[in-house]
Design a protein around this ligand. Structure first.
Ligand code: ZN
Ligand code: ZN
Length: 329
């Protein structure tokens, strides 16, 4: 976990950008540059996202076109997708980042573990990064924004800018100061445990679970295909769905609530993330449990939280004030 190391945090970006060239110091309150924690995140993202998930997905596509696949492989894909979406969208996003509802210790643990199974950052770092995204949306200080990179430098529209805001930001050397954004995260023993065991949950989700599924419902001949499709491809497509929330749903779509942060409602992202793509609705009221505003803006994650409330598994569920959306242009 990150700690402030050397140099003191400043409220503005230093004019000479010495922190940038030297790789030390802090450019912004809540932003740390370099150090072992940045390295640890690089190793994690390179091995799990760019390695296991991405390379495995390329192999999965090859496998799909060269081998027969059936319900064993694709049911592992579908059920695993539902599980990691629940953990990341309901857990990491709406619960751990925004506290849009309260829940008990068991459900808290389930949300942390199933979200960790998405393998796109630890529960602590993902949620702290996301809090920082809302604090500085699309201005210097935002870890992933279409207009600025992690160092606060302007990003131009185009393939490079798109890549940076989509997944390139994972590889810059800035990271979130947990002293500023880690309250209720870095001091929670359950989350510290899940953070420390994050590589295990990645292997469990991407390799062990699909392999077990294949052996249980198919046979040894289904193991490789199910790991590739139900493990690597499933987590990588979902990771891109989450990344599209930054890259697409901050530029492409419509706004119910006009604001300057550029957040947009994007149906394609909403489809991939079961409702998180209604991102303008979300930025308008980040703590609200449901993104549903207009009748077509289905929000399975919001419905899940309200179903949990009915079952007594969630309480203090945050609801939207009756603000009227503007007519869609
Ligand atoms: Zn956003
Ligand atoms: Zn959010």
């Amino acid at each position: 976990m990150n700690e402030a190391r050397g140099g003191k945090s400043t409220a503005i970006f230093p004019a000479d950008r010495a922190w940038d060239r030297e790789g030390r110091g802090s450019p912004h309150v809540g932003v740390l540059v370099g150090g072992p924690d940045a390295t640890a995140q690089h190793v994690e993202y390179l091995s799990l996202i760019f390695g296991l998930q991405m390379i495995g997905s390329i192999l999965a596509v090859w496998w799909i076109f060269t081998h027969p696949t059936g319900w064993v492989e694709w049911s592992a894909f579908a059920s695993g997708y539902v599980i990691i979406n629940f953990g990341l969208s309901v857990g990491f996003h709406r619960y751990f980042s925004h506290r849009s509802f309260e829940t008990g210790k068991v459900m808290r643990t389930i949300l942390a573990v199933t979200g960790q199974m998405a393998s796109i950052g630890s529960v602590i770092n993902w949620s702290a990064d996301h809090r920082r995204h809302h604090a500085f949306t699309n201005v210097p200080g935002d870890p992933y924004a279409p207009r600025v990179d992690g160092h606060g430098r302007p990003l131009k529209k185009g393939p490079w800018g798109f890549f940076m805001v989509h997944i390139g930001w994972l590889l810059d050397n800035t990271h979130t100061d947990l002293k500023v954004y880690g309250k209720g995260l870095a001091d929670d023993p359950i989350l510290v445990f899940v953070h420390r065991t994050r590589y295990f949950w990645a292997i469990f989700s991407i390799v062990l679970l699909p392999a077990g599924w294949a052996l249980l419902f198919g046979g040894p001949e289904h193991v490789i295909g199910t790991v590739l499709i139900g493990g690597c491809l499933r987590t990588f497509i979902f990771a891109n769905g989450v990344a599209f929330t930054n890259s697409l749903a901050h530029d492409y779509g419509y706004q119910n609530f006009p604001n300057k942060d550029g957040s947009a409602n994007n149906w394609f992202v909403a489809l991939l993330t079961f409702g998180d793509g209604w991102h303008n609705n979300h930025h308008d009221a980040p703590r609200v449990a449901s993104n549903h505003v207009r009748w077509w803006e289905f929000d399975i994650n919001g419905w899940t939280i309200h179903a949990m409330e009915k079952l007594g598994l969630a309480w203090n569920v945050q609801r939207r004030a009756k603000a009227k959306p503007v007519p869609v242009a």
